[in-house]
Each structure stands twice: as C-alpha cells, then as structure tokens.
Design a protein around this ligand. Structure first.
Ligand code: CTP
Length: 403
C-alpha cells in the first residue's frame, strides 16, 4: 500500500549535516507513492549535491529564484502552487529564524512565504543552537503560524554532543507526513489497545503462548495516532516497533502474562475507546515451577491450569452511558476456526460490548494481510482483504462514527 499516492511534496533541504539523510528521505517518500520535487538552499549544496537528488528523484533540482527555465521566472509561485505540502528536512536554525520572520531572500524561503499549502519542518541542529532563546522564539512563532514541527529527536549529534536537536530518522519523518494527511477523526480522544500474544510460564525457561504477531493491534495503534488520538498500547511479547513514537502521542507497556496484561490494562482503563486485539491466554499454569523442570527418568508431567481474568469483560463492566452512547466504546476481536459470524455475535452479547471484529480466516496470524467481519448492533459488514494498516484505518473510521 502506498500511503502518499498522488501527493505532490516539495522536499526543501537547508544547510546542515543531516542533509545527507535527505537522499534517503526522498526515496522513502517516493516509495510511498509521493511525487517529490526537491528545492535546495545554497548552503544545502555544501552537504549534498543537486546531482544526487536529481538522480534519486528523476527531476531537475531547483536551487535559485533566478531560474530562467521557469517560463514566467516565478519558480517560488509555480512550485508551491502545485504542492500538497512543503516538507523541509533538515530545517536549520537559520532557516527557521528566517521563516519565523517572514524573510524571503532565496528560493526556498520565498516559496514558503508564497505558499498556500501546509509547511512541515524537521529541525536539525546542535543542541545549544536548539536550546538558544532565539531558536525557541522561532519555534513559538512558527507554531503560532500553524507550521508543523516534526521532532527534533534527542541523541548523538555530528558535533559529538548528546542532546535535543537531531533530525528525526527519514522513516520517522515519512511516517509523520503520512499521519499528517489522515483525517483527525479521533482528535482529543484517548484510545487503549491490547495487542499480541501472552506467555504463560510453566517454569523459568518454558511456557505456553500462541501465534499472534501483534501486527493488527499495532496497525490500529498507528491508525489511531494518525487520526489524532492519544494512544496507550499494552503489548504482549513481540518485536514490533512502537508506531509514530516520535509524535509523543503513544505510550506502551510491555507485559508477559495474561494477568500482567489485565493489571496494566485496568490501570489505563480511563479511555474513550478500548480495542481488545490481544490473543489472551484463557488459562495460565496454576503453579509454575520455580526451578527448571528436570526430565530425570520421570514420566511426562501433567499441568494444572487456572482461569485468567477476562480483560475485555472487565473493561466492559466499567462502561457508562455518555450522551446516549457507551463510554468507553469497546471493540473485541474474534479469531475462530469455524462459524465466525455466529461465535462473534455470541461473544459480543456475552461480553456486553457494542462491536466485535472477526478475523476472516484461514489463519491470519503473522500475515500483513487480513479481512474483517465487523459485527455490531446493526448487523454485520465485511471489509475486503487488504493490508492490516489499511483495514485499521477503515476500522477507525467506523468506530469514530459510533462515538
Ligand atoms: N479477551 C480478553 N481477555 C481474555 C480473553 C479474551 O480481553 N482473558 C478478549 C480478546 O482480546 C478478544 C476477545 O476477548 O478481543 C475474544 O477473545 P477470545 O479468546 O476469542 O474469546 P473468549 O472469551 O476467550 O472465547 P473462546 O476462547 O471461548 O472463543
């Protein structure tokens, strides 16, 4: 799936060492389907050459407002008029100061002043420069002018210092640009999600788990952040990266067992929407062995199980009616081996929740694709096979309408 298809992006590059990452950024934007036009300042060309950017984007690079190849000699107007957004990465302290004052003394700054599309900046500079009162004044003014800042991040800097001022990685900038274009259907809402498998210990080295990869839960988390929500994800053992972490809009608690997932989820239960996507073990081992169990000529051991708490049912018990609607709005998931619609509806009623999402098999664990059966009080609706992120975005749209 290409999330920036048909988007015309002007990628502005100003003078800073992070400009070497702009080459990768251009590629990532293009991989997502964006039409990328690069504009570079004079200083940027000290760090990366227009030839590099031209070879990557397959387009001439604009560097001067005096470019006679533009028919009316108004490159600043022509370029920004056609764009869906201007993204400047890296944005240097000097450029930010200039833009905050409305100065326009080269093509990139003139274009920003003449634009009628959104402007996003990924700042990159030494930490002292970032912390300087003058830069912070620029940040404040730019924010007041509705310019969107992506980052900066904290970490090792080219100058050898450690601190705030690093440009976000190209992949993070791309994720945030994609998020920027999504409708803010959940602005101001708090979303809680359980995701992935749980692991029930038998002894310190063995346990019982399941095949859940966490991909669907993490896709919903990403789609919810994209839609403007504050998200908390309680994740079972999986190696997935927290999506859109650099936005500061998502927090994560890692747990191992179903009981831990229950405790962590109940702690964050104060939310507007709850998605129970995790494949929670219904039973744990009653008395896990403290030491590794030894074979030592004994026969096969028998395991005694005890029931785990039902997280979704416990959150559902807290639901109150707010403005005639259930709050929090709870969405359960069902993965069945047979009779999906029947079992899912039965689950919806038994758990007392308004919506159950069924994974239409066969086994979708670990796959990037899925197809869903949405069941609510109005009946059922199928969402055709697609990438999990695409399905998650559709699900968020449906739930946003419900609340
Ligand atoms: N769930 C939960 N806590 C549990 C078990 C399940 O929160 N201890 C949630 C899952 O995250 C999912 C929904 O309940 O959203 C349905 O899970 P499932 O295991 O299919 O349902 P069960 O109630 O366990 O029913 P059964 O296993 O008998 O099908």
């Amino acid at each position: 799936m290409q999330s920036l298809l048909n988007k015309k992006i002007i990628l502005g590059i100003s003078g800073g060492i992070a400009a070497y990452k702009s080459a990768e950024l251009a590629r990532l934007l293009m991989q997502e389907g964006a039409d990328v036009q690069v504009v570079m300042t004079e200083a940027a060309q000290q760090f990366v050459t227009p030839v590099t950017m031209q070879a990557l984007t397959g387009k001439p690079i604009y560097t001067s407002q005096w470019d006679s190849s533009i028919a009316n000699n108004m490159a600043h107007i022509e370029l920004s008029r056609a764009a869906d957004a201007i993204l400047i990465a890296p944005a240097s302290a000097d450029l930010m100061a200039k833009l905050s004052l409305g100065l326009a003394d080269d093509l990139l700054s003139t274009m920003c002043l003449a634009r009628d599309c959104p402007l996003l900046l990924a700042p990159a500079m030494n930490k002292q420069m970032w912390e300087h009162a003058a830069t912070q004044r620029s940040v404040q003014r730019l924010t007041e002018d509705k310019v969107v800042l992506l980052g900066p991040a904290s970490g090792f800097q080219a100058c050898g210092e450690v601190g705030l001022g690093r440009m976000l990685e190209p992949a993070e900038i791309t994720e945030q640009l994609i998020a920027f274009f999504q409708k803010k259907l959940l602005a101001g809402k708090r979303v809680l999600i359980t995701a992935g498998p749980t692991f029930e210990a038998i002894d310190p080295v063995r346990g019982i788990t399941n095949l859940s990869s966490g991909k669907m839960g993490f896709a919903i988390a990403r789609a919810a952040v994209e839609a403007g929500a504050e998200v908390h994800i309680v994740a079972g053992p999986c190696d997935l990266v927290t999506p859109l972490e650099a936005t500061g809009k998502i927090t994560r608690t890692n747990i191992v067992s179903a009981k831990e997932m229950h405790a962590a989820t109940m702690q964050s239960a104060d939310c507007d929407i709850f998605f129970a996507v995790a494949a929670v073990a219904d039973w744990g081992i009653a008395k896990p062995a403290k030491e590794k169990m030894k074979r030592q000529g004994k026969g096969a051991p028998s395991l005694e199980f005890s029931a785990n708490p039902d997280i979704l049912a416990d959150i559902a018990k807290r639901v109150k009616t707010q403005g005639g609607k259930p709050h929090p709005y709870c969405v359960g998931f069902a993965a069945e081996s047979a009779d999906l619609a029947k079992h899912a509806e039965e689950k919806r009623k038994r758990k007392g929740i308004p919506m159950v999402v069924g994974n239409i098999g066969p086994n979708t664990f670990g796959s990037d694709l899925n197809q869903l059966l949405i069941i609510d009080e109005g009946g059922s609706k199928k969402i055709a096979k697609a990438e999990k992120l695409q399905l998650a975005r559709q699900l968020i749209q449906l739930v946003a309408k419900k609340i």
